[in-house]
Design a protein around this ligand. Structure first.
Ligand code: 3PG
Ligand code: MG
Length: 395
């Protein structure tokens, strides 16, 4: 399913509409606190402007309600970050398809770039409205999707815009290309042993990922709060741990399907209050005292998981092993991250919390790939195909 990429099209003198995912976290004063998604789009952006293309960037940010006061969700801070990263001016249009966008697009010269205001300020974006899509499509000669984090969505800019641009080149950017290479191709054809480590709070978020990966991995190691729902399914005691009672039957089914491939924690690091300086105890899995709750995998589990990861040739990791933001309950996540970083496997880290954890722990540059997509990376690991990518031109 190789798709034509931005490198395969002549862009000189042409206008390129590039959908990026600049849905970046902002603090209260509107500063971008993590610019990774912007940085990861730079290769595609430079590829267009360095070759003398006219570049229109568009994105959403947050989940604003169209028509309300959405000033907190403006993309202007992202334009400023991008200008700094590129070392050149980036124009910003205060709307996406109206007068200001029209004027700024019309005045683009070869090598210029403009970022349009948040697409979700328009109801048409999430309603996949063909009229809204047509307005965006009318701006450009070429469409490029480099918005990996949004590829699981069917918003207008992801699907209806390239649909409206049939007959004009419609390509992927380098980020989308790289994400697919790791999250889909490497997993479809893994070097073995192939190990998945899945954590996070809820089994319900990961059911389809667990199912899909049990079919292709040699082992699926479970951590995070979802381990306590599995523990209940095995008749264990979980104290006050976070569990999903309505997912216990499902956990039983996954244990059944998984057999020896599904590996559950051996021990649990518990606390009696949600703070780092609470009273702590390490117990065998399924033996959590009534007044305690599980906050992390225990040291025996951490050693086992690290050893398994050390032997692997391909590792996929999605979801922390414990409350990694609250030391000492970061120890399990740290042990796994360290083992991945020190190993020689092809290592693929899902977006969202796992990406945050690997960055916070300082191992991000020691793994093969850290995804920029949270929901999108989960969907890929579920084996889902993205309409937003499928409909683009074949290489
Ligand atoms: C994300 O951060 O997950 C993507 O930007 C998609 O955003 P959404 O979940 O609001 O559609
Ligand atoms: Mg999301």
């Amino acid at each position: 399913m190789a798709k034509k990429s931005i490198a395969d099209v002549v862009v000189t003198g042409k206008t390129v509409l590039m959908r990026v995912d600049f849905n970046v976290p902002l603090d209260d004063s509107g500063h971008v606190t993590d610019d990774r998604r912007v940085r990861m789009a730079i290769p595609s952006i430079k590829s267009v402007i360095d070759r003398g293309g006219k570049l229109i960037l568009c994105s959403h940010l947050g989940r604003p309600e169209p028509g309300k006061d959405n000033s907190k969700e403006s993309l202007k801070p992202a334009a400023e970050i991008l200008a700094t990263l590129l070392g050149k001016p980036v124009a910003f249009a205060t709307d996406a398809v109206d007068a200001d966008a029209g004027a700024k697009v019309a005045s683009l010269k070869n090598g210029d770039v403009v970022l349009l205001e948040n697409l979700r300020f328009y109801a048409g974006e999430q309603k996949a409205d063909p009229v809204f899509a047509g307005q965006l499509a009318a701006f450009a000669d070429i469409y490029c999707n480099d918005a990996f984090g949004t590829c699981h969505r069917k918003d207008a800019s992801m699907v209806a815009v390239p649909q409206a641009m049939i007959g004009r080149p419609r390509v992927v950017g380098f980020l989308v290309q790289k994400e697919i290479q790791y999250l889909s191709d490497a997993i479809a054809n893994p070097e073995r042993p192939f190990i998945a480590i899945l954590g996070g709070a809820k089994v319900s978020d990961k059911i389809n990922v667990i199912r899909n990966l049990l079919g292709i991995c040699d082992q699926v190691l479970i951590g995070g709060a979802m381990a306590y729902t599995f523990s209940l399914a095995m008749g264990g005691k979980v104290g006050k741990s976070r569990v999903e009672l309505d997912k216990v039957e499902l956990a039983k089914e996954l244990i059944q399907i998984g057999g020896k491939k599904l590996v559950l924690p051996l021990d649990t690091h518990c606390g009696d209050a949600f703070k780092g300086d609470c009273n702590k105890v390490v117990v065998k899995a399924g033996q959590i005292p009534d007044t305690f709750q599980g906050f992390d995998i225990g040291p025996e589990t951490a050693r086992l998981y690290a050893a398994e990861v050390g032997k692997a040739k391909t590792v996929v990791w999605n979801g922390p092993m414990g409350v990694f933001e609250m030391p000492p309950f970061d120890e399990g996540t740290r042990a796994v991250a360290e083992a991945i970083a020190n190993g020689s496997s092809t290592s693929i880290i899902g977006g969202g919390d796992s990406a945050a954890a690997i960055q916070q722990l300082g191992f991000a540059d020691k793994v093969s790939h850290v995804s920029t997509g949270g929901g999108a990376s989960l969907s890929m690991l579920e084996g889902e195909k993205f309409a937003a990518v499928e409909l683009l031109d074949e290489a």
